[in-house]
Structure formats: structure tokens, C-alpha cells
Design a protein around this ligand. Structure first.
Ligand code: NI
Length: 159
């Protein structure tokens, strides 16, 4: 188990566009394992590679008791809207209201570099959108309706 340092808003690595992953490697597998460890340790439901300082298009999500790895994810369909609280491990102790699609279909590679389709609703859909935004250098605070508010450390929807 290896924990990586979570970068916080203001760190310019969080505002950069990440590079596509071209090939699998032991280093990539280690990154994925470390991202899961770091996310679970921080009680998050999602984590994107730039949040640990790596500018690669890699995301881990566990929003419904199923761990997902998404490499080079591409959102191919969205439906509906949901408006609710959202938080981010890179903006500790804060949350805000963000409107997202209620359903998302995403195409990605899994950790074995096999293409798959993931469909998510509600929190999973929100997490997919939130993490894909990170890969393009965007943080949810850009989309918040109203003001950010304070939450406790164990807030359950931090991504
Ligand atoms: Ni985040």
C-alpha cells in the first residue's frame, strides 16, 4: 500500500490537460493501485491522476461499492440532470451544489487495457463527470451554483 500526496486547488498541476495513456506498464499498474489506496484512505469516491500529480488520463472510482479503473475515458452519452452536493479531495473540507447529467455512458480502457462501457446514474454519473473534468484541468468549483460551504472530513461525496 502506498499513499500519494493529494494536490490541492491552487496547485497548477490541477489545471493542465492530461495526456492519453498509450501503453500498459508496471508503472501504470502501480499508479492505479496507489490511486485506489489514496482514494480509500481519504474516504473519497473517485480520484483522477492529476490529483496525485500525474498528468495522465487515468481515473479510479468507487461510488457504488464497485471499483472502476477508467483509462482514457470518453463520455459518449448523457441523459437528464441532477442537482446536488459535490466535493473534491483537492478542495478539502468544502462542498458546493453542481448540476450534472443524471445518466452517463462512458467508454474507457480497464487496467488490462481492454475497452469497456460503463453506465452510471446518480452518484456514479456525477463521479464520472467530475473525474473526467479533472483530466481536462477543470475542478468542480468552476461549476458551483452559489457559494462553497464547509463540510466535515468524512463527507461522503468527495471526488
Ligand atoms: Ni475532484
Amino acid at each position: 500500500m502506498a499513499l500519494r500526496n493529494i494536490r490541492v486547488a491552487g496547485d497548477e498541476v490541477l489545471n493542465k490537460v492530461c495526456r492519453e495513456v498509450k501503453e500498459n506498464s508496471p508503472k501504470l499498474q502501480t499508479l492505479i493501485d496507489d490511486m485506489f489506496d489514496t482514494m480509500y484512505n481519504a474516504m473519497g469516491v473517485g480520484l483522477a491522476a492529476p490529483q496525485v500529480g500525474i498528468l495522465k488520463r487515468v481515473v479510479v472510482i468507487d461510488a457504488d461499492d464497485n471499483p472502476y479503473v477508467l483509462i482514457n475515458p470518453e463520455i459518449i452519452e448523457t441523459k437528464g440532470t441532477q442537482t446536488g452536493n459535490e466535493g473534491c479531495l483537492s478542495v478539502p473540507g468544502k462542498a458546493g451544489i453542481v448540476t450534472r447529467p443524471n445518466y452517463v455512458k462512458v467508454k474507457a480502457l480497464d487496467r488490462n487495457f481492454k475497452e469497456f462501457i460503463l453506465e452510471g446514474e446518480e452518484l456514479l454519473a456525477r463521479a464520472i463527470c467530475h473525474e473526467c473534468d479533472h483530466l481536462d484541468g477543470h475542478i468542480y468549483t468552476e461549476k458551483v451554483e452559489g457559494e462553497l460551504f464547509d463540510v466535515s472530513d468524512d463527507y461522503e461525496t468527495q471526488e
